[in-house]
Design a protein around this ligand. Structure first.
Ligand code: AMP
Length: 213
């Protein structure tokens, strides 16, 4: 199964991708996570992209295309993958099409998780993750069962993304509408696009994605 999750920042792509990893047994490829790891490790790539990410803008296409080309060539992608955060521009999508064609692979589905802008700002401002295992939480929608303790690993340290603030969010939403939303007609034309209601509960969105697959 080769799947793309499309949607604005905070739509729930990461949450749904994690659920799909369990149900489909394929890997999640989050370009945002890969870039954050590079920034945290202080690599050359990390140094190049840090300020761009903090401004809520998009990293140049050539960097992203090379990153995904290398990643999907790894053995754990042979069974399939869920792309979360890539492609984000039409140039990335056409390059990705060529990559698949070269490997005689076919994209199965593109799932759009649809959410209006206003609730997205509230969503990203409240989210945080466990510093040890990366489990995602939210101040209002998904608090740990015991305050300050991760449900999954028992960790007690939590982190927030630097770009999860109102100001940067405006730039991220603008990037989505200007550069990523044109992918919707692109994939609709290829008859692989399905849309789910990202305002529904996590369980209901999971169900709708299951039905769309
Ligand atoms: P995300 O975790 O998907 O919200 O990504 C966080 C940030 O990483 C974005 O705001 C961009 O700066 C950068 N980024 C992630 N994926 C891409 C991509 N496919 N193209 C360009 N920039 C990206």
């Amino acid at each position: 199964m080769k799947l793309i999750l499309l949607g604005p920042p905070g739509a729930g792509k990461g949450t749904q991708a994690q659920a799909l990893v369990e149900s489909l047994g394929v890997v999640q490829l989050s370009t945002g996570d890969m870039l954050r790891a590079a920034v945290a490790a202080g690599t050359d790539l990390g140094k190049r992209v840090k300020a761009i990410m903090e401004a809520g803008e998009l990293v140049p296409d050539d960097i992203m295309i090379e990153m995904i080309a290398e990643r999907i060539a790894e053995p754990d992608c042979a069974k399939g993958f869920i792309l979360d955060g890539f492609p984000r521009t039409v140039a990335q999508a056409t390059a990705f099409d060529r990559m698949l064609e070269e490997k005689s692979l076919k994209l199965d589905r593109v799932i759009e998780i649809q959410v209006e802008d206003l609730p997205l700002i509230e969503r990203v401002e409240g989210r945080f993750t466990c510093a040890s295992c990366g489990e995602g939480y939210h101040e209002r929608f998904k608090r740990p069962k015991r305050d300050g303790i991760c449900d999954v690993c028992g960790g007690t340290e939590f982190v927030r993304r630097k770009d999860d603030n109102g100001e940067t969010m405006k730039a991220r939403l603008k990037a989505y509408h200007d550069q990523t939303a044109p992918l919707l007609p692109y994939y609709r034309g290829r008859k692989v696009l399905r849309t789910v209601d990202g305002m529904a509960s996590i369980e209901e969105v999971k169900r709708q994605i299951g039905a769309a697959l």
